[in-house]
Design a protein around this ligand. Structure first.
Ligand SMILES: C[S@@+](CC[C@H](N)C(=O)[O-])C[C@H]1O[C@@H](n2cnc3c(N)ncnc32)[C@H](O)[C@@H]1O
Length: 234
């Protein structure tokens, strides 16, 4: 459905798209982003994303699904893998993992209202209401086999230094799977300045290896996506 549709659903999407385009812009603070998601949680976030997915305008969840099937081809291995979904939101990404047979999922998100929706759906074993940053979190070292992110990088969102914290909390041999809008790497000042040097330094130091860096179409409404799969080595 085009944003100009006159239906109630179209008008809803047009409004949300308009609000998002005003809020998720250069210079937005993390508090403003969290305030935006707190409001969106109760203002049709799931409906907007699921409508877009049914129009094939939102491909990120399919890309996450395929990436996890590739990394965990045996269904048995999904039973026991301990996964942290960073930027878990209302649990749409977590639900994809539950449907694939993953059983031990935790969710982390600074938006209490987004997590409240996820908690109602009982997607996650445990939720952390906080930002993931470059500072050590309350999560113990080597706690997770896999860490996922869908749509968590962008203006005012997760910063590059959080990848160092991810390397601490993911076990050696475990994976970081990130589905993001590709253009953000060239648009968000922190990513322009810090992503490539960080990626290369962690490779050089033997702390991770790049398994995939694959573009994909229609991450969200016409924006190309990028699938990153990184294997934590130490
Ligand atoms: C587009 S939503 C994606 C939610 C969910 N992964 C999904 O598939 O629907 C992005 C989420 O990232 C969260 N977020 C933003 N900055 C974050 C950070 N530094 N650490 C963790 N989550 C963050 C937001 O609060 C928001 O809920």
């Amino acid at each position: 459905m085009a944003a100009s549709d006159n239906t109630e659903e179209g008008a809803n999407w047009e409004n949300l798209s308009h609000v998002a385009s005003k809020v998720l812009v250069p210079g937005v603070t993390d508090e403003q982003v969290t305030d935006f998601y707190n409001k969106w949680a109760n203002g049709g976030y799931d409906q907007t994303l699921l409508d877009a997915a049914s129009r094939k305008d939102y491909n990120a969840l399919n890309v996450l699904k395929q990436a996890l099937q590739d990394l965990y081809p045996e269904e048995d291995s999904r039973d026991t893998a301990v996964v942290l979904d960073v930027g878990a939101g209302t649990g749409l990404s977590g639900q994809v993992m539950l449907d694939l047979g993953f059983k031990v999922l935790d969710g982390l998100d600074p938006s209490a209202e987004m997590l409240k929706v996820a908690e109602e759906k009982r997607v996650y074993r445990h939720t952390y209401t906080c930002y993931l940053t470059g500072e050590p979190s309350q999560i113990p070292a080597d706690a997770y086999d896999c860490l996922t992110m869908v749509g968590v990088l962008g203006h005012g969102c997760l910063q590059c230094d959080a990848f160092e914290e991810m390397c601490r909390i993911v076990k050696p041999g475990g994976y970081i799977v990130n589905c993001m809008r590709r253009a953000y790497l060239q648009e968000v000042p922190d990513y322009i300045q810090n992503w490539e040097p960080l990626k290369e330094r962690l490779e050089r130091e033997g702390r991770w290896r790049v398994v995939k860096m694959d573009p994909y179409p229609d991450h969200f409404i016409g924006h190309e996506g990028l699938l990153m799969v990184l294997q934590v080595l130490q």
